[in-house]
Design a protein around this ligand. Structure first.
Ligand code: PXP
Length: 266
């Protein structure tokens, strides 16, 4: 069965927009993690960024306490974060590149250029009983290098696939011939989907377990069914966005109920 890891960073982003530096606030990513698990999610993913723009240290410690499924800590290779991970002992770490100016993790990890540092970190994590995944684009050389580091998993970056899907849909909506359409939608092959398929096959043949994530949503998910050997998808933004859509009506009704008793007297 294909597993779902829910990335709860975006819950923390919303909290930090109002409560940055306060040590409390809503919405609470820890509460969100409990809801995701109760709904059947197979894991919880959180990215402790060096700039702490969303998830805070207190969040990851609380998550470690309450997460009953699997805690996946996304992290850059940074001395401070490595030390935290080794003490925290998440079930798995996903090593990602981090650039301060990016809105979210934009590119894949360059394993070819940083093979030694990644292999060293991989070993430290494995020695502490923590599995390791590398977030990479479906590039042959990166996948080969990922296997050489001894990592257990790769997470295939699906951002380009999601982007291609979106462009295809927009062209279709505008009545134009789509530039690129994922193969389940049209007759022309999707380059990015094909890249994911061959990347997954290559990784599997090299003994790597294959996860995927970034930009996956309710529209493009079914196209991804063509990618073989997938173990887990990590999805954040679209699930949290959908939660606003499906939850807003209830939230407004609850607020209106609280306002019911107002009589306007001093
Ligand atoms: N996987 C990794 C490694 C990521 O960095 C992210 C984004 O934080 C995701 C998955 C989830 O991406 P999205 O929020 O677009 O679903």
């Amino acid at each position: 069965m294909l597993k779902l890891g829910v990335n709860i960073d975006h819950v923390a982003t919303l909290r930090e927009a109002r409560y940055r530096g306060r040590g409390f606030g809503e919405p609470d990513p820890v509460e969100a993690a409990l809801i995701c698990e109760a709904a059947g999610a197979h894991g919880i993913t959180a990215h402790l960024r060096e700039d702490r723009r969303h998830i805070q240290d207190r969040d990851v410690w609380k998550l470690r306490e309450i997460v009953k499924t699997r805690l996946n800590l996304e992290m850059a290779i940074a001395t401070e974060i490595i030390a935290i991970a080794l003490r925290l002992k998440p079930d798995i770490v996903c090593i990602v590149p981090e650039r301060r100016l990016e809105v979210t993790t934009e590119g894949g990890l360059d394993v070819v250029a940083n093979e030694k540092a990644i292999a060293d970190t991989r070993k430290k994590m494995n020695d502490a009983g923590i599995e390791v995944s590398l977030f990479i684009t479906p590039d042959e050389k990166q996948i080969e290098a990922a296997a050489r580091t001894g990592s257990q998993f790769i997470e295939l970056h699906t951002g380009a696939f999601a982007e291609e899907f979106q462009v295809g849909r927009e062209s279709k909506d505008e009545g134009r011939e789509p530039d690129a359409v994922p193969s389940t939608l049209g007759s022309r092959p999707s380059t990015e989907l094909e890249r994911l398929i061959s990347g997954a096959k290559q990784a599997h043949a090299l003994g790597l377990k294959v996860n995927a994530g970034h930009g996956l949503n309710y529209a493009n998910l079914s196209a991804l069914h063509r990618v073989p050997h997938l173990v887990e998808l990590n999805i954040g933004h679209s699930i949290i966005s959908r939660a606003v859509g499906v939850g807003l009506e209830k939230a407004v009704r609850e607020m209106l109920a609280l306002m019911q008793g107002y009589r306007g007297t001093m």
